[in-house]
Design a protein around this ligand. Structure first.
Ligand code: DX5
Ligand code: ZN
Length: 225
């Protein structure tokens, strides 16, 4: 099964003073999803934004809102992120003791449920929830900051995740250090959703964003062939 390729720009690297315009520009540039990195200064050593900001961004694009929660605990806030207009809500397996319950709560809110794994976390922690989720997010850097270098050992982890997914309808997303250079490896290993923050937002405006989104897409298509 070949899952359609999607580019998901992370607005963590966008201009926070003009987020509405940034979200609209990057969507116009051809990105299918907008990746929203929520950080609490506790699960990760950085603080970004929460549901109120996401709610304010919602009218600026029709693109899928792909919300990556780097917060612990996550469960008390799931309803707020659903209300804010997130389409996919991803929790970290490391962030709470009852992953299965968190995923069920997301689906009960009518949203797609994702799980993310830090580079150090083995795939075995999600073996029991493969029929309870819509997306697996493999972190290819330690979460907390944009602009870090892709960890090469994650390519094999992506390939193992792809095998584990088999024919299940699960998106395989990779996040951290994705560039035109790393995209072919990530895609060849089986990832179909590529998050890119600094690679895309180092440019300014729709034309720059379109060039990078297209370049990453072409690089990834090359890896898939
Ligand atoms: C890291 C975030 C990523 C980050 C990616 O904790 O989850 O989404 O913004 O940024 P780049 O593409 O710059 O590595
Ligand atoms: Zn992310």
């Amino acid at each position: 099964m070949t899952r359609p390729l999607k580019i998901a720009p992370s607005i963590l690297a966008a201009d926070f003073a003009r987020l509405g315009q940034e979200v609209s520009d990057v969507t116009e540039a051809g990105a299918e999803w907008v990746h929203l990195d929520v950080m609490d200064g506790h699960f990760v050593p950085n603080i970004s934004f929460g549901p109120a900001v996401i709610k304010a961004l919602r009218p600026h694009t029709k693109a899928v809102f792909d919300c990556h929660l780097m917060i612990a605990p996550a469960d008390p806030y799931l309803a707020a992120f659903a209300d804010a207009g997130c389409d996919i809500i991803t929790v970290h397996a490391e962030a709470g003791p009852h992953l299965h319950r968190s995923l069920q709560s997301i689906r009960a809110l009518g949203k797609k449920a994702g799980v993310s794994l830090n580079p150090a976390t083995p795939l075995s922690v999600i073996e029991h929830v493969l029929d309870d989720l819509d997306l697996i997010l493999i972190m290819s850097v330690n979460p907390g900051f944009g602009g870090q270098k892709y960890i090469p050992a994650m390519t094999e982890k992506i390939a193992k995740t792809n095998l584990m997914i088999g024919n299940r309808p699960i998106e395989l997303e990779v996040d951290g250090g994705v560039t035109v250079d790393t995209a072919p490896h990530v895609a060849a290993a089986g990832a179909n959703v590529l998050v890119a923050g600094s690679a895309i937002f180092k440019g300014a405006g729709v034309d720059d964003y379109r060039k990078t989104v297209e370049a990453i897409r072409e690089a990834a298509e090359g890896g898939r062939r």
